[in-house]
Design a protein around this ligand. Structure first.
Ligand code: GAR
Length: 198
């Protein structure tokens, strides 16, 4: 089957770019049908570059989190995706959005969860002085980065690493993991229902 995907971003979307490049191969069993954001994210420009529709649902335009979430969900559901991926999406989804999409809702995270959850996974790993961190793909639940793990891989922390150098190396692993996760889900090798958090 060819999996249809909505990808949500908040930033530059370099991991999304990797997925779009992979899905440029006619054999790749997934297509990004829309790119969404919670702000005027730079990565929305990838929509134009790859000919994919985009939408933006700015958090600041809504009276509260639930109203914002409902508007976001409406946009996502218009595309009837098989899978929604958070790729650098830096805002917690309201529980009813998670319930509506789960377990077909995954997130990429730049740490070896459950180590270093939250918005600063790379900075926190460096600050903790660990010698290895990692990258993880998880199913989203109502907690902060604590849903069931789909896949993960270790990344060494080098003595002279800065936040940027470490994050760049983690992203290389993240990109491989997220492309493989999409492949595995599309091919039925990973059944997200078995990872259902709800
Ligand atoms: C990625 O490293 C992603 O894992 C992280 O944001 C980066 C987005 O980079 N997400 C989180 O930290 C979520 N907690 P990109 O916009 O260049 O793809």
């Amino acid at each position: 089957m060819v999996l249809s995907l909505v990808v949500l971003i908040s930033g530059g979307g370099s991991n999304l770019r990797a997925l779009l490049e992979a899905s440029g191969d006619a054999e790749f069993p997934a297509r990004v049908v829309a790119i969404g954001a919670d702000r005027d994210a730079d990565g929305l420009e990838l929509g134009e570059e790859f000919g994919i529709p985009t939408f933006s649902v700015p958090f600041s335009s809504y009276p509260d989190r639930d109203a914002w979430g409902d508007a976001l969900l409406e946009q996502i559901q218009q595309w009837q995706p098989d899978l929604t991926m958070l790729s650098g999406f830096m805002r917690l989804l309201p529980p009813r959005v998670v319930s509506a999409l789960s377990p077909h809702l995954i997130n990429t995270h730049p740490a070896y969860l459950p180590e270093f959850p939250g918005a600063h996974g790379v900075r926190d790993a460096l600050a903790a002085g660990v010698t290895q961190t990692g990258a993880s793909i998880i199913v989203v639940d109502n907690g902060v980065d604590d849903g069931p793990i789909v896949s993960q891989e270790r990344v060494p922390v080098l003595p002279d690493d800065t936040q940027d150098s470490l994050h760049d190396r983690i992203k290389l692993v993240e990109r491989r993991l997220l492309v493989q996760a999409v492949l595995d889900i599309a091919n039925g090798h990973v059944d997200l229902k078995e990872h259902s958090p709800i």
